[in-house]
Write a protein that binds this ligand. Structure first.
Ligand SMILES: Nc1nc2c(ncn2[C@@H]2O[C@H](COP(=O)(O)OP(=O)(O)OP(=O)(O)O)[C@@H](O)[C@H]2O)c(=O)[nH]1
Ligand SMILES: [Mg+2]
Length: 461
C-alpha cells in the first residue's frame, strides 16, 4: 500500500464553497477525529460513544475560551464505513465563512491539519473504498457541465470503466497463469493445446481495448465540448438556425445575402451535451475582400468541427454554390438541414440525395420552429451514437495512455504467440498489458501519479 506523508494524521477542511450560503460544512477525518472535535461539541455526550452515521445538534464552542461561536449539527461516521474509511465528523453550521474559518482554526489548535486538495478522496482510495478511476470520477461529478458529462461521471463513479478494466485484467491474469504453467511444462514453447485458445483470447481482448480507445475522442469531447459548424450558401438561414438552437436572438439576420461576415461562436447545451456552435459567412465566390475573408474563415471552421450542419434553402432550386459545397463537404461528417419548409417547396431533393452520405436530412423552419427539436436530437445522435452511450467511455488522457500501453503489450504478445515464441517472452508482454490495465484503476501506481490526480481536486473533497 502506498504511504504518504502524514497519512495517519487527522485532516480538516471547509467543504462548501467560499461565500455565504444557508449551510456550511467543515469536515474532519482521521484516527483522532472524535477526540479533536470533542472539545468543540458543547454537549456532554462522547462523540466516540455515539452510533455511527448519526446526527447530533449542539452549540459549537471555542475550546480555549469556551465562547459559543455557532451552532449546528455534527454528523458522526465511524471508520471503515465512512467515505474516507476513517473516523469522520462533518459539522454543518451556518454558511458564513467567518464562522466556518473560526471552527477550522479551533480544530487546528486541537491538533488537526488543514487538508490538501482531494485529500479526503485520496484517503478513500488509499483505504480501498474506491479505485483510482472512481476517485477521478468524483472530481468529474463535481466539475461536469452538461447532463451527458455528468451522467458519464456518475457511471464511472459507480464503476462502469473499472468493472470493464477489471474484467479484462482477470481474463489476462488467467491467460498469464496458463502461460506461466506452460513454462514449467515445456522447454521451448507453450502447450500446443492452448495455443489457439490463447491467440483467440488475446485477440478478443485486444479488440475490446481497441473499441475503448476508438471512443476516446468522443469521451473527451463529452468533457470538453463538441464543435459544430453551420455552413451553407448565403441567405439560406444559417444565422436564423444558430439563433433557433441558442434560443436567443444572437446573430444578425437580414434578407440580404452576405449578412454574416465574421465567425460567431457560442456555447449551447444541446440535449445535455455541450456544443460550441459556429455560424459562418455564406459560402460563395466573391471578389469582396471582407466577404472573402469571411468565407475562408468559414472553411477553416468546417475543418475543426466535429460535425458540419449544411443548411439548404428548400424554397429555392439547388444552386451552383450548393453543388460546390456538396463537393467540398463530401468527406466531412455532415448533416443536411432543409430550411424554410414553411414556404413552397422548390428544391428537388433528388439532386442532393444521390450522394449516399446525405441520408440524414432534417427538415426545419427556423421561422416557425418546426423540426428544430428533431434537429437537436439528430445532432446529438450524430455526435454520440446510442451504442456508445451504453458503453463505458474512456474520456481521460491518463486512461487513454494506459490503454495504449495495454494494446502495445497485447500486440507484442499476439505476435509472439503467432511465432510460437517462448512462453517466457509471451508472459512478459502479457504482464505489461496487465500492469497497464492496473494503472487505470490504480492497482499499479506511483506517488507522483496520485499527486498529479489529487492536486486537481478542490480542498475539502
Ligand atoms: N420563410 C422563412 N424564412 C426564413 C427561414 N429561415 C430564415 N429565413 C429568412 O431568410 C433570410 C436569411 O436568413 P439568415 O439567417 O440571415 O441567413 P444566412 O444563411 O445566415 O445568410 P448569410 O449570413 O447572408 O449567409 C432572412 O430574411 C430570414 O428571415 C425560414 O425557416 N422560413
Ligand atoms: Mg448569417
Amino acid at each position: 500500500m502506498l504511504e504518504m506523508n502524514g497519512e495517519n494524521d487527522t485532516i480538516c477542511a471547509i467543504a462548501t464553497p467560499a461565500g455565504k450560503s444557508a449551510i456550511g460544512i467543515v469536515r474532519i477525518s482521521g484516527t483522532k477525529a472524535f477526540s479533536i472535535v470533542q472539545p468543540l461539541f458543547k454537549r456532554k455526550k462522547q462523540l466516540s460513544d455515539l452510533k455511527t452515521h448519526t446526527i447530533h445538534y449542539s452549540e459549537i464552542q471555542d475550546p480555549q475560551t469556551e465562547e459559543v461561536i455557532d451552532e449546528g449539527v455534527f454528523l458522526v461516521m465511524k471508520g471503515p464505513g465512512s467515505y474516507t474509511g476513517e473516523d469522520t465528523v462533518e459539522i454543518q453550521s451556518h454558511g458564513n465563512p467567518l464562522g466556518l474559518r473560526r471552527i477550522l482554526s479551533c480544530l487546528v489548535k486541537e491538533g488537526a491539519r488543514i487538508a490538501g486538495p482531494g485529500e479526503f478522496t485520496r484517503r478513500a482510495f488509499l483505504s480501498g473504498k474506491i479505485d483510482l478511476a472512481q476517485a477521478e470520477a468524483v472530481m468529474e461529478v463535481i466539475s461536469s457541465e452538461g447532463e451527458t458529462h455528468y451522467q458519464w461521471a456518475l457511471s464511472q463513479l459507480k464503476g462502469a470503466l473499472s468493472g470493464k478494466v477489471d474484467g479484462l485484467r482477470k481474463k489476462l491474469l488467467s491467460f498469464l497463469a496458463e502461460i506461466e504453467a506452460s513454462i514449467d511444462f515445456s522447454e521451448d514453447g507453450i502447450l500446443p493445446g492452448s495455443h489457439k485458445a490463447l491467440l483467440l483470447g488475446l485477440t478478443a481482448i485486444d479488440e475490446e481495448v481497441r473499441t475503448l480507445l476508438s471512443e476516446f475522442e468522443a469521451g473527451q469531447k463529452i468533457r470538453e465540448g463538441f464543435t459544430v459548424a453551420i455552413v451553407g450558401r448565403p441567405n439560406v438561414g444559417k444565422s436564423s438556425l444558430m439563433n433557433a438552437l441558442l434560443r436567443e436572438d444572437r446573430a444578425i439576420v437580414t434578407p440580404f445575402p452576405g449578412t454574416t461576415r465574421d465567425l460567431l461562436k457560442e456555447w449551447v447545451d444541446l440535449e445535455g451535451i455541450t456544443v460550441r456552435l459556429i455560424d459562418t459567412a455564406g459560402s460563395r465566390e466573391t471578389d469582396h475582400p471582407i466577404e472573402l475573408e469571411g468565407v475562408l474563415r468559414g472553411e477553416a471552421a468546417e475543418k475543426e468541427a466535429d460535425l458540419t450542419v449544411w443548411v439548404i434553402d428548400s424554397s429555392e432550386p439547388f444552386k451552383k454554390e450548393d453543388d460546390r459545397l456538396n463537393e467540398r463537404l463530401k468527406e466531412r461528417k455532415r448533416l443536411v438541414v432543409l430550411n424554410k419548409i414553411d414556404l413552397q417547396r422548390v428544391l428537388d431533393t433528388k439532386n442532393i440525395q444521390e450522394d449516399a452520405r446525405l441520408d440524414q436530412v432534417v427538415e426545419v423552419s427556423t421561422l416557425t420552429g418546426e423540426g428544430i427539436a428533431d434537429l437537436r436530437r439528430a445532432m446529438k445522435s450524430f455526435l454520440i451514437p446510442q451504442a456508445m452511450r451504453e458503453r463505458p467511455l474512456v474520456a481521460l488522457v491518463r486512461h487513454r495512455n494506459a490503454l495504449e500501453r495495454v494494446q502495445e503489450g497485447l500486440g507484442r504478445a499476439i505476435i509472439s504467440v503467432q511465432r510460437y515464441n517462448s512462453s517466457e517472452f509471451i508472459a512478459i508482454d502479457v504482464r505489461d498489458a496487465i500492469d497497464a490495465l492496473g494503472e487505470v484503476v490504480g492497482e499499479t501506481t506511483t506517488e507522483e501519479i496520485l499527486d498529479e490526480i489529487f492536486n486537481q481536486f478542490c480542498i475539502g473533497k
